[in-house]
Design a protein around this ligand. Structure first.
Ligand code: RI2
Length: 311
């Protein structure tokens, strides 16, 4: 039998190594892991409970530095804790269940909202593997729209292979292209649909590396660029002026055996920033909004966060 901390470290390692990946999934995995941890530990009083849970939250938080879904999920799970040990334990577990439920509902709702913008006969280009972008595509397809998808490989981790597997399972006609083929095919595309790791206060998008080049190609070709993002992917920190840290991942992901070279290094940023000027719409569970409205989403939906930060 593993200890509660060993179980939590297992989940943290799965998130770090990307066995569990995708901004929404890591948020839900962190919420579930914190709940299990809180229900399994045996602290002697509330102070000890808070200290142990706080330590567990920090471990999860440090696994993927860019994804604000992780930070927002953890904060939502940790808020409003009771005045005694058992009520604190209970409210943490309830908050975790509530987060998971609302996160799953958001994916469904965004599917409905975003799919209304997809027309019969459209060709959609998607990058990486976003469960929320796929929800839009699936909802449009289930509504009887005749659509075709172009999916990028999404090097270096090839999340595009996960995307084509899912699309194939749904019976959606799909074409796989290398990342550098986007400009060649963009004139055949009616809309780009991508997910999000972070939306900043000014409406910019932080998403899988390569997204910003696609946005640039779409902008040049006058192709619509749609982002699918739950409200907990909006970053309150950016409202306080903070910049989003871009996760740098291992060189081996790009070139296994790179260490044999003496004069070559690999740079492997996992994400890039797409300026809001290149985004037509962000589909959230509270509506399809222009990127410029991101500030309001943070204020209205994540307002509780600001209260704690402005003294
Ligand atoms: P959903 C992924 O990051 C991709 O960048 C994807 O666009 C984003 O999370 C959102 O995914 P990674 O974990 O939450 O592959 O929409 O680095 O599933």
């Amino acid at each position: 039998m593993k200890s509660p901390m060993e179980d939590l470290l297992d989940t943290a390692e799965k998130i770090r190594s990307m066995e569990i990946r995708g901004a929404a999934l890591i948020g839900r995995a962190a919420a579930r892991a914190l709940k299990e941890f809180a229900l399994s530990i045996e602290p002697s009083d509330l102070a000890e409970f808070n200290a142990e849970v706080g330590q567990a939250a920090d471990i999860l938080l440090n696994t993927r530095p860019t994804a604000v879904s992780l930070a927002n999920a953890i904060r939502m799970v940790m808020r409003r804790r009771g005045d005694d040990l058992e009520s604190a334990r209970r409210s943490l577990a309830e908050n975790a269940d509530d987060f998971v439920e609302r996160s799953l509902l958001a994916v469904e709702r965004i599917g409905e909202i975003g799919s209304r913008r997809v027309r019969d006969g459209d060709v959609i280009l998607t990058h990486c593997n976003s469960s929320v972008a796929l929800s839009i595509i699936k909802t449009a397809f289930d509504a009887g729209k005749d659509i075709k998808v172009i999916a990028t490989e999404s090097r270096p981790r090839y999340q595009g292979h996960l995307t084509i597997k899912t699309l194939d399972g749904w019976g959606i006609t799909t074409e796989l292209v290398v990342d550098s083929a986007v400009r060649t095919v963009i004139n055949e595309v009616d809309e780009v649909i991508v997910g999000a790791d972070v939306i900043t206060a000014n409406g910019s998008l932080v998403n899988k590396i390569g997204t910003s080049q696609i946005a640039l190609a779409a902008h040049e070709a006058r192709t619509s660029f749609m982002v699918a993002a739950e409200t907990y992917k909006f970053s309150p920190e950016t409202m306080m002026g903070e910049l989003v840290p871009i996760e740098m991942r291992a060189a081996e992901e790009v070139y296994p055996g790179i260490s044999e070279f003496k004069h070559v290094r690999v740079r492997n940023p996992a994400f890039d920033v797409t300026p809001h000027q290149y985004i037509d719409v962000i589909c959230t569970e509270v509506g399809a909004i222009p990127p410029e409205m991101s500030y309001l989403v943070i204020k209205e939906m994540l307002g509780w966060e600001m209260e704690g930060r402005i003294k």
